[in-house]
Design a protein. Structure first.
Ligand code: SF4
Length: 225
């Protein structure tokens, strides 16, 4: 497992907490709209884990850090290393949040984390456009079902990518969630993307975003982030 990036302080990556963020490189998706394109492939060099832990230990001892967000890429691709990273963070007394695309439900079920944020990219029927992982739609559904019945604090989140997430996709996804599921949205941005095609895709207007979130709100607790 390669650590491709480290952010010392963030107030947005781990809701309600002051956190650091660890970026794990490597992903089994190739979302053209990806806002973290450097993390899709495996980085050539891992950031020095020892230095990261020195900082985290100090920050935790001085009480100016509540937790760590582990994001990607897709961290569940490396279950053994991910589990040991989580244990080390817990040993420092830190809370741990995981960001995931939901492609590895069996890994998700085994993790001892405090918070999981799972992306819902598009309707299950269209996941094949984003990943060649076998049975990807079934896996995504299994991860959704696991989170809905789990005691782990969790949220679902969706980037409103024009053409990929419209009313029909939101309705199909909404049917899979519970009334009290929390579903957060962000508008698509075309400044940093994985596939240059998306540089030319115009983000939704504020009015259109409001319409889409209103559609999602028929099914659960949907909000813009
Ligand atoms: S958006 Fe997430 S799941 Fe998609 S390629 Fe980027 S890191 Fe992977």
């Amino acid at each position: 497992m390669y650590i491709g990036g480290f952010l010392k302080n963030t107030l947005v990556d781990f809701p309600g907490n002051v956190a650091s963020t660890i970026f794990i490189s490597g992903c089994n998706f190739h979302c053209g709209f990806c806002h973290n394109p450097d993390m899709v492939g495996i980085c050539d060099e891992s950031i020095d884990r020892k230095k990261i832990f020195e900082y985290l230990k100090k920050a935790s001892e001085k009480n100016f850090l509540d937790g760590v967000c582990i994001t990607g890429g897709e961290p569940t691709l490396f279950p053994r290393e991910l589990n040991s990273l989580i244990s080390e963070l817990k040993d420092l007394g830190l809370l741990v949040k995981l960001d995931t695309n939901g492609s590895n439900p069996n890994v998700l079920k085994e993790l001892e984390v405090d918070y999981i944020a799972m992306d819902l990219k598009t309707s299950l029927e269209r996941y094949g456009e984003l990943s060649e992982v076998p049975h990807i739609s079934t896996n995504i559904k299994e991860s959704i079902d696991f989170l809905k019945s789990s005691k782990i604090i969790h949220e679902f989140r969706t980037t409103l990518v024009p053409g990929l997430v419209e009313e029909s996709e939101l309705a199909l996804l909404g049917e899979l969630l519970n009334k009290d599921s929390r579903w957060f949205f962000q508008n698509f941005r075309n400044d940093v993307v994985y596939d240059p095609y998306y540089l030319g895709v115009i983000p939704h207007s504020k009015a259109r975003v409001d319409e889409l979130v209103k559609t999602a709100a028929k099914y659960c607790r949907a909000k813009m982030r």
